[in-house]
Design a protein around this ligand. Structure first.
Ligand SMILES: [Ca+2]
Length: 283
């Protein structure tokens, strides 16, 4: 049984130990390693600008439930031209794949080597980018999943998304980097704050109407970030989704945000969750 927790409690708890933010069922090996590796960067976070005191709280409604493979360790999720794409992690089962929403069946287009841990995915200019956690390079594929080349970068790769011009990358810290799509070199650093405090553990990303939506690792929260200021403007907590999973003991952390611009709905799931949810956000 995974406990429910929220951002406010986690901000306090993270100063002490990340374990307080973790559900009982969530294996935290990945997070513990990542948390240790990000400690030095927390101290360099710049003060936030803009209105930092008010954070909107969005409600939500589950529009539909779809099957999702319980052996897909979701690290990246996006919806593009009516197709659901997923990048998965874990050594030995990191894939780039398309998901048939109605059946949950996957069409694996690429499989990473056993020593590579897949992370977020993004599509820009009809190319698919897939990050790796520790390997320090991204794969770039054509839309059929054929490898074009790899781009090196420094540090950890977690989430990635695109605004149709640039790419934005997270690395488990409170900093999101806007990067050049050709080089993945940083063009701008976005220091993300929640009520004035740096918000660590930013994970899977989605660019939605000029804002960056981000899963916060080891929570059931998605935050809405103004990329111009880094300020979290809104939050939506979805702890109830875990309770909708049935016969899914391997279910791990809530992760994955995709967006359907045709109806404004988002899709969310989790690592090894056997369901994927279509969500209407209620503001
Ligand atoms: Ca996404």
């Amino acid at each position: 049984m995974v406990k429910h927790f929220n951002i406010a409690a986690c901000l306090v708890a993270m100063a002490l130990s990340v374990s307080a933010c973790r559900g009982d069922g969530a294996k935290a090996t990945e997070g513990e390693v990542k948390t240790r590796s990000t400690s030095t960067q927390k101290e360099s976070v710049a003060p936030a600008r803009g209105n930092i005191s008010h954070v909107e709280s969005y409600d939500y409604r589950v529009v539909a439930e779809y099957p999702h493979s319980s052996v897909s360790y979701t690290q990246g999720l996006l919806y593009h031209d009516g197709v659901m794409w997923e990048g998965t992690g874990q050594y030995g089962r990191s894939h780039l794949q398309r998901i048939d929403l109605e059946t949950g069946e996957v069409d694996v287009l690429a499989t990473l080597d056993d020593e590579e841990f897949g992370e977020g995915i993004a599509i820009l200019d009809e190319q698919i980018y897939q990050l790796t956690w520790y390997n320090e390079y991204a794969y770039v594929y054509d839309m059929d999943g054929k490898l074009r080349h790899k781009i090196p970068y420094q540090g950890e790769g977690w989430g990635i998304t695109s605004d149709s011009e640039h790419l934005y990358m997270s690395d488990g810290t409170s900093v999101i980097r806007r990067v050049n799509p050709k080089t993945l070199r940083s063009e701008e650093l976005i220091y993300v704050t929640y009520k004035g405090q740096p918000l660590d553990m930013l994970n899977e990303l989605e660019w939605i109407d000029g804002k960056i939506w981000a899963n916060v690792y080891l929570t059931y929260s998605i935050v809405v970030i103004d990329p111009a200021t880094g300020v979290v403007e809104a939050i939506v907590d979805m702890p109830d989704l875990y309770d909708r999973l049935v016969d899914n003991p391997e279910a791990e952390a809530f992760n994955g945000v995709a967006y359907n611009p045709a109806n404004g709905h988002i899709f969310v799931t989790g690592k090894d969750w056997n369901k994927l949810f279509e969500i209407e956000i209620i503001k």
